[in-house]
Design a protein around this ligand. Structure first.
Ligand code: SF4
Length: 498
């Protein structure tokens, strides 16, 4: 009797790290239900295509319906093919999606991603679209099966949702109030990952340093960082994204005193103007923000600090914008992810007066980018001559092949391209190099590698790669780089949604 071939799946992910991590859970759920990843170049040819959507980007919905429209003829010609839509736009638009695209089989939200396999089955059996949106979290995503993209670096979610009410942001409406995981669960997951060979983790939360507000312990986040310091084999700990309001001295001390917590901080500023910060409801002002930067630099002199800035928020005057430029000059960020404000339906800012004309926003945006580009380059030039330990990265050097180089991440998350050594090195291994050149967004180590340390993470990568070569092929999840972003792609910084 012929055993039917397992159904294949493809996941297309949009938006922030939370969505990237949720997509790893969706892949884990589907594989547990017997699906296999479709080939890299499936591009809609899979038996099941899942869209994990973002509701933040301007015209995010146009892009979704455009993609769904392109899949309609493909689905019409392939009986049994299914399309599912999840993520923030599904949580927001709900059954509007099946009204606008009746060939969609399943719509699920941000609080019930665990339901996907059941809903696909129900839609197949009942030959009817299934729309199921939960108003609050059904299960912590970390309790669901997962299929991680990287063998050596992993996301670990410590909280979901957000208690803040920034006027430009739709996250609280779509991901709900903050819910914290129990510290024991988080540490157990980290230890299990390290046992699998992972040597770098990124603690993930919409507002990662507010961790503890839901479990009544204001110092829970710094305690968690210190506890990660005691985990044997865990080489690197990162976290994203903190909010300046909750960035307290105990967190800075924990960062400085815990050796495996990396000297890197991504902290959204959004605006340098106190007037605009008030209108954004960001509950800190320029002085406090720069004060935190100063304290971090005093405790961790080599820390690389990056940020997010929104230009053209309603009511922003030229004087307000000058305040942003002033803050950028003072803060000397290694990188800044800059966004032109765009109206987000459903947010308070969308109906504010004094929306700024596009051409004014564009002009300010270009001035800010030019200033930051200069600063990024100057800060990178200070790295020349330094000897750095790099974790070898997978797929972060577009020109590596042509330049006979490899790429890796420094402890401060800077991207370094280095000369390929004679000795074989694998993603996850660690090499020591001397920086010889600085570009605005990366560094070069053109001399010989000074040392190579083969690691358990490198072994894990090698094992996974050889197993994958022996198994039926998978799907590109449409994901940006996993592990430390390179350089942090704009779409995925800030509180994940900017
Ligand atoms: S911008 Fe960040 S802190 Fe503000 S509401 Fe959105 S997720 Fe929360």
């Amino acid at each position: 009797m012929d055993v039917p071939a397992p159904k294949s799946y493809e996941i297309r992910t949009y938006g922030c790290q939370m969505n990237v991590h949720d997509s790893e859970r969706l892949a884990g759920l589907l594989e547990e239900a017997g699906y296999v990843r479709a080939p890299e170049d499936a591009d809609g040819d899979a038996d099941v295509v899942v869209f994990n959507t973002c509701a933040v980007r301007e015209n995010a919905d146009n892009r979704l319906y455009g993609n769904l429209g392109r899949l309609a003829p493909r689905k019409a010609s392939r009986p049994g093919m299914q399309i599912a839509v999840g993520g923030c736009l599904a949580q927001k638009d709900r059954d509007t999606i099946v009204r606008k695209a009746p060939w969609v089989d399943v719509v699920f939200g941000t609080h019930n991603i665990g339901k996907l396999p059941v809903l696909l089955e129900r839609a197949r059996v009942q030959e009817e679209a299934q729309v199921e949106i939960a108003e609050s979290l059904e299960a912590f995503p970390s309790t669901l099966p997962t299929r991680r993209e990287s063998a050596y670096a992993a996301w670990v979610s410590i909280s979901v949702g957000c208690n803040n009410t920034c006027t430009f942001c739709i996250v609280p409406a779509l991901r709900g109030k903050e819910k914290d995981r129990r510290p024991g669960d988080i540490l157990a997951e980290v230890e299990a990952l390290v046992a699998e060979g992972v040597s770098e983790i990124t603690l993930l939360g919409q507002n990662v340093n507010a961790y503890g507000s839901d479990i009544g312990d204001r110092e829970a986040f710094s305690k968690l960082l210190r506890a990660c310091g005691n985990i044997e084999g865990l080489e690197r700990v990162r976290f994203t994204s903190p909010h300046p309001r909750d960035f307290t001295d105990d967190v800075i001390a924990a960062m400085a005193e815990t050796p495996n917590v990396m000297p890197q901080l991504h902290m959204p500023l959004q605006s340098g103007s106190d007037t605009v910060l008030k209108a954004m409801r960001r509950s800190y002002r320029q002085e406090r923000y720069l004060g935190i930067i100063e304290k971090v630099r005093a405790a961790i002199p080599h820390a690389a600090i990056t940020t997010d800035i929104i230009v053209g928020f309603p009511g922003e005057t030229e004087a307000d914008f000058e305040e942003t430029l002033h803050a950028v000059r003072e803060a000397r960020f290694a990188q800044a992810f800059t966004f032109q404000y765009s109206i987000r339906p459903g947010t308070p800012a969308a109906t504010m007066e004094n929306q700024i004309p596009k051409e004014v926003v564009q002009a300010r945006y270009e001035r800010l980018v030019a200033l930051q580009e200069e600063i990024s380059w100057e800060e990178n030039k200070k790295q020349v001559g330094r000897t750095l330990e790099l974790m070898v990265a997978e797929g972060e050097g577009r020109k590596d092949g042509a330049t006979h180089r490899l790429s890796g991440r420094a402890p401060d998350n800077r991207l370094v391209h280095f000369t390929k050594p004679e000795q074989e090195v694998r993603p996850g291994d660690v090499v020591t190099v001397e920086v010889t050149y600085a570009a605005p967004h990366h560094l070069l180590a053109e001399g010989q590698v000074l040392a190579v340390r083969r690691t358990r993470a490198g072994d894990a990568w090698e094992k996974r790669t050889s197993e994958a070569a022996a198994k039926p092929t998978g799907v590109m999840l449409g994901l940006p780089q996993i592990g430390a972003p390179a350089p942090l792609p704009a779409a995925t910084s800030g509180c994940g949604c900017d």
